[in-house]
Design a binder for this molecule. Sequence first.
Ligand code: ATP
Length: 309
Amino acid sequence: MSSVAIKVEGLVKVYGAIQAVDNISFEINEGEIFALLGPNGAGKTTTLEILQSLRKATKGSVYVLGYDISDNKNVQKLKKEFGVLPQDFNAIDKLTVKENLSVIAKMYDKHVNLDKLIMTLNLEDKSNSKFEDLSGGLKQRLGIAGALVNDPKMIFLDEPTTGLDPRARRDVWRVIEGLKKEGKTIFLTTHYMDEAEILADRVAIIHKGKIVAIGETKTLLEKSGGCRTMILEDVPESITKEIKNRFPKATIVGTDVRIQILKLKEVNEMISYLTKKGIEQSLQITRPSLENVFLGLTGVHLTEEGELA
Ligand code: ATP
């Protein structure tokens, strides 16, 4: 049985009139990649920053690596045992990759060998390049290296691939998978569904401060019916109404129609309906995805980039 790296119970964070985190509870096991997935403003960063003791909880209990973080004495010890890639990570523009890592290393009593760390992140070629000359993906890799300087057991990654191009995102994913192989516990926040699906052993979906689904990624995918979905986009409103009458299972969001497929017969029925009506919108069929889980629970759609709207 794996031990628990993080235990959160009844966590609440209120900013004035805003309930940013609304009574959430979850556990993260040692050695797993856990993703907190949700749209902008869902409460991901607030949760992450409370776990890192950067913000105080309004209510609830949080244990990180066995430490009760409400006790300040624990926080000092704990901070040596985890690493962080903050959202919008930045380093010193005029310093090189290695110099930036040396600056971070000076903040700790002990640190790993920086040349080895640079190799782990495949940054050897860039070791002497200035931060300002790195691409977005390389900057993020330096950020992850910075989170590993103190050889932490656990790493917090706050939206590690936001703003990166697809190739740079995949490079960062490979690095994160490598860290898991080394036995690190990884807590990441993301608003990319594919990122959570590919990387995470377990996922919690957060929406308006509440956890609306939590579990093993594969179990959540199976829960989405384990089924595929038919999608029709940009359908005129008069037709969406008719489709809803004809196919009561359909979810209509704006001008988009989605119907989970249980039997092939349903696809046939839809095709004959579209043909009969002379509707020319192309019918897409998607594989099971966390998007289905999320959409089913919240009605919130994805943007074209695959992010939560
Ligand atoms: P994003 O993906 O945009 O980073 P998020 O899921 O990380 O979003 P949070 O940054 O945790 O969400 O914000 C949750 C809610 O709390 C939002 O409504 C946000 O506007 C609000 N909020 C966050 N920080 C503060 C603050 N310091 N003061 C007041 N409200 C805040």
